[in-house]
Ligand binder design. Structure first.
Ligand code: ZN
Length: 159
């Protein structure tokens, strides 16, 4: 188990366009394993490679149903709309309201280098969009029209 350091907003690696992964090799597999370890350790539901300082188009997601690996992901279908609070391991302690599609279909390679398609609704759709944005240097904070709030205030508000 290897936990990598999660980079935070303000660090340049989070603002770069990541490179396409030409092949899945042992190094890629180790990175993916470390990304899952890092994500679970931080209680996240998704993590993109630039968040651990690696500028490659790799995402891991686990919203509670199953772990997904998305290499070179491309969102090929979007429909509907959902607006809700979103957080990011690179912006600790904060949340912001972001509008995302209710449904997406993404095409990507899995950890064996095979192309597949994944459909997601609700939280999974949100996570796919959020993580894919990371690969182009976009943070949810850029899309949060009402700005960011501290989680403590948010949870106090809901009570
Ligand atoms: Zn994020």
């Amino acid at each position: 188990m290897a936990i990598r350091k999660i980079r935070e907003m303000g660090e340049e690696c989070l603002r770069k366009t990541c490179k396409v992964v030409p092949e899945v090799n042992l190094r890629t597999k180790i990175l993916i394993k470390d990304m899952f370890d890092t994500m679970y350790h931080a209680n996240g539901v998704g993590l993109a490679a630039p968040q651990v300082g690696v500028l490659k188009r790799i995402v891991v997601i686990d919203c509670g149903d199953a772990p997904y690996v998305l290499i070179n992901p491309e969102i090929i279908e979007r429909s509907g709309e959902q607006t809700g609070y979103e957080g990011c391991l690179s912006i600790p302690g904060k949340s912001g309201k972001v509008t995302r599609p209710q449904y997406v279909k993404v095409r990507a390679m899995n950890q064996n280098g095979e192309w597949y398609e994944l459909e997601g609704e609700d939280l999974l759709a949100r996570a796919i969009c959020h993580e894919c944005d990371h690969l182009d240097g976009i943070l949810y904070a850029d899309l949060a029209t009402e700005g960011l709030v501290n989680n403590e205030e948010l949870y106090a508000e809901e009570e």
